[in-house]
Design a protein around this ligand. Structure first.
Ligand code: HAM
Length: 441
């Protein structure tokens, strides 16, 4: 029965590659999702979602072998239809858009924050369940929309405190890399294999890589040449107004880079971006521009990946619609935020507006309950102690631990309709009439 239970204690364990979210972890998750949500809305995207499982063939058509090998697939007991838990959102989005087709206002600008499932080997940055921010523009193509999508990703990261020194968008173009590979002797039919090989490069031993490269017509010398061209192409961008002449890089491909660079400059996003032809992406449906976001130090895996997939909606029976988008996962992003000291769970939890303290008298006790109810009805975050102590000093300590803004102390002055308000941030305190409370909160 695998590792479901630990027989000695009979305690159940969470399945491998999943996470439990305690209050601190949940506060971090809400913080990340809040930034994603606000960045999407501010850039004019509407939120959508779909089912957590789909027909299996939605993924076997065009996502590529790698993701198919990682599916959690199943049949209903007694049923004969194959389903899979969603490993990504893009096929669902393409299916939803194909079904609505021409009735949608163009461009379609949608975002979603789905939970996804991949039966990967759990490791740092890779789990079997993760939450992924998806941002996509469908129906309008071109560098304006590529740049809009990239800028939205950057804005999400900036809202979490990250800077261009800490994370970088690596931009590439599949057609440019394809023509580069064919100029080195890779046949058109082997280009998809070459993309997969380049995508896995950092994850496979050099000798395995060399053997596989050889199989598709890339000798070690040609691979060295490929690397030199990729290196030289990294000088494109960086704010330079004139694109350099990169020996070996097909001339016509520079136009695509020039256009996207201009759009990024116009949005003041160029400092976050550079070109890197070593990026090709693993998913099979990308057709043009592709990009990944990485921690500059290279310490973690990709935070996000995306690109243009102009044929997917048509493939799912819809009209021909260009499309571009990205997915950003919460697992790697959480690690990158931790690496850069940008996560403090205690500061991310919702801060109580008030903490009510009673001195234990009958009047204070009954007032505490009715006052808490009234303040909560007014929309305030109210907490109080469930401990039996009526030691005001101890209860103030509890209010401080809860990170409350104000403590309201209900004591003997209540008989005269007065209460004490302590500002826990400033450390000041004063007595006010209970009837004036609403106005000061
Ligand atoms: P992807 O590159 O497979 O793209 O995933 C995007 C991001 O999701 C990755 O960079 C990573 O941060 C996160 N991620 C993926 N798999 C895992 C995992 N097993 N554990 C933790 N994090 C993970 C896509 O999924 C495309 N559908 C993105 C897209 C949207 N392209 C166009 N629109």
């Amino acid at each position: 029965m695998g590792s479901r239970t630990n027989k000695a204690t009979h305690r159940y364990q969470a399945p491998k590659g999943t996470r439990d979210f305690d209050p601190d972890a949940m506060a971090v998750r809400r913080h990340i999702q809040g930034a994603w949500h606000r960045a999407s809305i501010d850039h004019g995207f509407d939120e959508v979602d779909g089912p957590t499982f789909e027909h299996l063939d939605l993924y076997t058509v065009k996502s590529g072998d790698e993701i198919v090998s990682e599916l959690f697939s199943f049949r209903r007991a007694g049923g004969d239809v194959d389903y899979a838990l969603r490993p990504e959102f893009t096929p669902t989005l393409a299916r939803m858009i194909a079904a609505r087709g021409a009735s949608l206002p163009i461009p379609v600008k949608w975002f979603s924050i789905p939970t996804l499932f991949r039966a990967e080997r759990p490791q740092r940055g890779r789990l079997r369940e993760h939450v992924q921010w998806n941002v996509d523009v469908v129906g309008s193509g071109g560098p304006v929309f590529d740049a809009e999508v990239i800028t939205t990703a950057i804005d999400g990261l900036a809202r979490l405190g990250l800077t261009p020194e800490q994370v970088q968008v690596k931009i590439s173009h599949r057609q440019v890399v394809a023509s580069l590979l064919s100029s080195l002797g890779v046949s058109d039919s082997d280009v998809p294999k070459a993309f997969q090989l380049i995508d896995h490069r950092d994850r496979i031993p050099p000798d395995v890589f060399a053997t596989k490269a050889n199989e598709i017509g890339l000798s070690p010398d040609q691979m060295t040449l490929f690397d030199q061209i990729v290196q030289a192409a990294q000088s494109i961008g960086g704010g330079d107004q004139n694109l350099p002449d990169v020996p070996g890089l097909p001339k016509e491909s520079l136009g695509a880079f020039e256009e996207i660079r201009d759009e990024l400059v116009a949005r003041d996003a160029d400092a976050w971006c550079h070109f890197d032809l070593g990026i090709v992406r693993g998913l099979a449906y990308y057709t043009g521009l592709v990009f990944e976001i990485h921690e500059t130090s290279g310490a973690e895996r990709a935070v996000a990946g995306g690109g243009r997939y102009d044929k997917l909606v048509e493939l799912f029976g819809g009209p021909s619609m260009p499309a571009c988008g990205f997915g950003m996962g919460d697992v790697v992003l959480g690690l990158v935020l931790e690496d850069n000291g940008l996560i403090e769970p205690s500061k991310l939890k919702p801060q109580p507006d008030v903490f009510l303290i009673s001195d234990g008298s009958a009047l204070a006790e009954s007032t505490l309950i009715s006052l808490a109810a009234e303040l909560r009805r007014q929309g305030l975050h109210v907490r109080y102690s469930y401990k039996s102590t009526r030691n005001v000093g101890k209860l103030l300590g509890e209010a401080g631990k809860a990170n409350a803004r104000k403590a309201l102390i209900l004591g003997s002055e209540l008989e005269a309709g007065q209460i004490t308000v302590k500002d826990l941030d400033a450390g000041t305190q004063n007595e006010i009439a209970l009837s004036d409370l609403s106005s000061i909160l």
